[in-house]
Design a protein around this ligand. Structure first.
Ligand code: 5AD
Ligand code: SF4
Length: 435
């Protein structure tokens, strides 16, 4: 059997996609960690910001050296960057033998066959139906405890800054029985946690004869598989965070009390230009409702600093919203123009690099403080942790997460990976709870 090495960049969706790719190629290729052993190297790429793409370009230059040494080595590029730059990428990057966009992974065996006889080719066709629903992903990089399940693909929202609708195509949901079967199977194999994935996971909708199955219905069905199977999901759009879903989360203790709810910006002016279709007031009302129905729910977010035309007041509005919500965690970015998006066409990228950096640093510093405050409030509490592995710092300690997705480190004793352990929090940093 030949050897395949996959490198995954970007989001969790890509991690799940790489597992689908490993499954599609499994009749001919087994996975290897080693670059040198590989007959085929695949880079599953991300285009969401320019620096993500620059990293891939650099990686391709490194792989060129490897190809010189091993004439039979094939290198393919997958994911959003393949979709965004298409055949031009094959012109620019001579290291590449083929490229495949996110909906073209079933054609990989064909692309590889062509490449092995020296024909450089690509498939970047976007589909309105492809969900890879019949493919059983190969969990090649798994801890055996938690797994991703991709439940919908694509995006219909067209946030003005975002390249995703162009690289991943339109929104489509996966047939629910295949999702439930995948979760049941994982549980049977000993997995204790599934994360339901989609670009807008809570827009999930499956129409069947007379019935619509929405995300709350699906979550409930997965939660019922076993109280010992934790359910998480990401990423949610604020427009779809329904009371119905919050009530399902309250009813089933195994649905984790953690919501990733990207806000992107705190002022209505920026939200409108970003085409986020909600206001600051609507977003804060949803947060209030989350806290009413799930008082112990942790909330995280995504924030973009320095979007087109952002004034100091707009930036202050982002900071004040962050304080109002008191986020547990945030992913924070500088705005990066993406060719082909509405923002690139309509607005000037007029915030200087220095100002973007300054604002981003202020956002990061505030989040650091909010995370620390949130963790300090947990000191003295007893929480249930699902053990994921041995702590990097000490082999006498294990780590895992509580329902709120906070990492907890505690003495190993007789516990093992996959156990649920009740621990009492004694200390913390902004990033970790110590128990
Ligand atoms: N520039 C900076 N950040 C971006 N994101 C998406 N597009 C851009 C962009 N052009 C961020 C958003 C999104 C996260 C996945 O990446 O915050 O939620
Ligand atoms: Fe991008 Fe917006 Fe779709 Fe998220 S919802 S993937 S930010 S277009």
């Amino acid at each position: 059997m030949k050897k395949l090495h996959i490198e995954t960049y970007g989001c969790q969706m890509n991690v799940a996609d790489s597992e689908v790719v490993a499954s599609i190629l499994s009749p001919h290729y087994s996975i290897t960690d080693s670059l040198h052993e590989a007959d085929l190297i695949l880079l599953n790429t991300c285009s969401v910001r320019d620096n993500a793409e620059q990293r891939i370009r650099k990686r391709l230059r490194e792989l060129a050296a490897l190809k010189k040494k091993n004439k039979h080595l094939l290198v393919g590029l997958l994911g959003c960057m393949a979709e965004r730059i298409k055949e031009q990428l094959l012109e620019e990057e001579k290291t590449l033998d083929f490229i495949a966009g996110p909906d073209a992974y079933r054609s990989l065996p064909e692309l590889i066959d062509k490449a092995s006889v020296g024909t450089v080719s690509f498939n970047v066709h976007l589909s309105e139906e492809e969900t890879y629903d019949d493919i059983d992903p190969v969990r090649y990089d798994s801890n055996g405890v938690s797994a991703f399940i991709s439940i919908m693909r694509g995006c219909n929202n067209f946030c003005s800054y975002c390249v995703v609708p162009y690289t991943r195509g339109r929104e489509r949901s996966r047939e629910p029985n295949t999702i439930i079967a995948e979760a049941q199977n994982l549980f049977k194999k000993g997995f204790k946690e599934v994360t339901l994935l989609g670009q807008n996971v809570n827009s999930y909708c499956w129409k069947e004869a007379e019935k619509n199955i929405d995300f709350a219905d699906l979550t409930e069905q997965i939660a019922r598989i076993s109280p010992l199977l934790r359910v998480r999901y990401a990423t949610s759009h604020p427009k779809d965070i329904s009371d119905k879903l919050l009530f399902v989360m309250a009813k089933y203790p195994n649905v984790c009390h953690y919501i990733h709810l990207p806000v992107q910006a705190g002022s209505n002016e920026m939200l409108k230009k970003m085409n986020r279709i909600y206001t600051r007031e609507y977003y804060l009302e949803r947060i209030k409702r989350i806290k009413e129905i799930l008082p112990d729910c942790a909330i995280s977010t995504d924030i973009i600093a320095g979007f087109c035309g952002e004034t100091e007041q707009n930036h202050q509005d982002t900071l004040s919203l962050m304080k109002k919500v008191g986020y547990e965690y945030a992913f924070m970015f500088k705005y990066s123009v993406r060719e082909g998006t509405k923002a690139a066409e309509k607005f000037e990228d007029d915030i200087s690099e220095e100002l973007k950096i300054k604002r981003l640093e202020e956002i990061i510093a505030l989040q650091q403080q909010l995370s620390l405050e949130s963790n300090k409030r947990d000191i003295g509490k007893t929480v249930t942790v699902l053990v994921e592995g041995v702590s990097k710092r000490s082999d006498q300690h294990l780590f895992g997460r509580n329902s709120q997705n906070k990492v907890c480190v505690f003495p190993r004793q007789h516990y093992k990976v996959g156990d649920y352990v009740e621990v009492k929090i004694s200390r913390c940093t902004a990033g970790t709870l110590m128990a």
